[in-house]
Unconditional design. Structure first.
Length: 541
């Protein structure tokens, strides 16, 4: 039975005179209880097509020159706000790609999830709280009072994504639009979330519109697939047939794209660039009327890590294991205990002014590119900020030329520096974040999930780019990721973290080929299952 029918849909931005069509003549059908996947690279039109179903585009700046979308027989293109309120949340829910910008930073997790239950289901506050606990358990989060009262900034990227999924599932919708639902999740949680979505789909006869660049997930989840590029659907059909016999050249390119190869041989006697000794980052747990400290969250618990010149250290582990906290501590962006040496100098006790000259030599690429890029500055202004702070004003034309060159290195046209972050897709914003770090040609870069928002083909490009830059400038990387294929392609040494501690460390070859602990083995098993799906896809192409 047809739930969603999209016919000859077009989406344009601007006005009738200056319109720019970004989606053209898109048609597809979603049946009750079935999954349709929209697949394509960043900027292909997947997300704005999905947003059109809920009429969430920035109208009237965006509009539909022609086309139709029906939800259970009701036309939604041009529908009133009252009609859409009855559809949003009740019939259709959406998991957005970037949870940090989708969650309200001023509300607790409990309030954000139970808002849907109170508004649409008429639950009492007590019943809503119990349902919130059930939903948190479903998505793999501990439903403790501390978790219910936490704010989004107190959760890791993966934990925030799970909260978004819990919110979307609260009303048991007819259609769940999942926009990159596992992008920020580690491989073990990916498997759990996919199983959860499949289980809920069967139980609730729920349809899923899956938007993703991960073809392994598509193979596991989708019955039908539409492949998009440049606003067009270039190939569509049953997933099994499309993977076994792709017709369009673009589809074949997607199926063959993934990070490949191993890092180049490195000099084992290279000098140390960054070293943290017995690092500890503890966050107090306060309770009672006087908010006395009763215990600590040991986010980083007695960890020693060394990064040599021209080498890459990979940090892997599940969400909340302390990976990002360790990175922030090394750059003195979080208070910590223990010694931190940069270029042989202990920087732990240095004051902010003393650290400032060193900042250009150690940079950070953050996990969430949308929240780390100022929406008020153009891309050029964002990237040149470091140059102005550390190298003075100099010649504006030379700066502009350098910015254009750096953007080109990360796969973005140099003329894009006059545009703003909201004009780019999630993957493109991540590349801008990398350009901002690269422009100062630092010695040491911490990359926190730098490829998590990128499609497979762009992941491969970024991995190649990072390798080339490392070889050219002898850069040192601390690479934090849950994507073990990317870590394998880049890292010389790997640390496996769990609950703030290092449970295993060694050469990348040793960790990947002969893991010693049960936790590392579980991570590898989960990653291998997804990799097997990807390899099957590639063999089929």
């Amino acid at each position: 039975m047809t739930l969603i029918q999209v016919d000859n849909l077009a989406i344009a931005f601007g006005s009738d005179e200056t319109k720019r069509e970004v989606v053209k003549d898109v048609s597809f059908t979603i049946h009750r209880g079935e999954t349709l996947a929209l697949v394509g690279e960043s900027g292909s039109g997947k997300s704005i097509t999905a947003l059109s179903i809920l009429q969430l585009l920035p109208y009237p700046m965006a509009f539909h020159p022609h086309g139709s979308i029906t939800v259970d027989g009701t036309e939604v293109v041009g529908a009133s706000e009252k009609v859409m309120q009855g559809i949003r949340g009740n019939k259709i829910s959406m998991i957005f790609q970037e949870p940090m910008t989708s969650l309200n930073p001023l509300h607790t997790i409990e309030k954000q999830i139970n808002e849907t239950l109170l508004t649409h289901k008429g639950y009492s506050k007590t019943a809503a709280k119990e349902r919130v606990k059930e939903l948190l358990e479903l998505v793999g989060l501990e439903p403790s009072e501390e978790r219910l009262n936490a704010f989004p900034h107190q959760l890791s990227g993966g934990q925030r994504q799970r909260v978004m999924i819990a919110m979307a599932l609260a009303n048991e919708p007819d259609l769940l639009i999942a926009d990159e639902p596992t992008t920020a999740l580690d491989v073990t949680i990916q498997a759990q979330i996919l199983e959860l979505l499949q289980d809920l789909q069967k139980r609730l006869n729920m349809a899923i519109l899956l938007i993703t660049h991960d073809l392994g997930i598509v193979r596991k989840m989708a019955k039908d697939v539409c492949v998009m590029t440049n606003g067009h659907i270039v190939e569509a059909g049953p997933a099994a047939e499309l993977f076994e016999n792709p017709v369009h050249e673009y589809t074949r390119m997607l199926l063959g794209a993934e990070p490949k190869g191993l890092p180049a041989e490195k000099n084992p006697h290279s000098e140390e660039v960054m070293r943290g000794e017995n690092l500890k980052v503890y966050f107090p747990i306060k309770k009672g009327l006087l908010k006395r400290t009763v215990d600590y969250v040991r986010a980083v618990d007695d960890i020693t890590v060394t990064v040599k010149k021209g080498h890459t250290v990979g940090i892997v582990g599940e969400s909340g294991s302390g990976k990002s906290t360790l990175g922030l501590a090394l750059l003195r962006l979080l208070k910590s205990e223990g010694a931190i040496y940069f270029d042989g100098e202990n920087i732990q006790g240095q004051k902010w002014k003393e650290l400032r000259p060193l900042r250009q030599h150690m940079q950070f690429v953050f996990q969430d590119p949308y929240s780390s890029l100022s929406p008020r500055l153009s891309v050029g202004q964002i990237i040149e900020e470091g140059l102005l702070v550390h190298q003075g004003r100099g010649d504006p034309e030379e700066r502009r030329k350098l910015i254009a060159e750096t953007l080109h290195e990360v796969g973005i046209d140099g003329d894009a520096q006059d545009r703003y972050p909201h004009e780019f897709s999630g993957g493109q914003r991540q590349r801008i974040s990398i350009a901002r770090a690269l422009i100062l040609k630092p010695k040491f870069i911490i990359l926190d999930e730098p490829t998590s928002a990128l499609d497979m083909s762009v992941q491969a490009q970024i991995v190649d780019l990072l390798r080339d830059l490392q070889a050219k400038y002898d850069l040192s990387y601390l690479f934090i990721s849950h994507d073990l294929k990317v870590v394998r392609a880049l890292a010389d040494t790997v640390l496996v973290m769990k609950n703030g501690k290092v449970v295993e460390e060694g050469s990348a070859t040793q960790i990947f080929d002969n893991p010693q602990t049960q936790y590392t083995k579980a991570l590898m098993t989960a990653a291998f299952e997804l990799a097997t799906l990807d390899n099957n896809n590639n063999n089929g192409g």
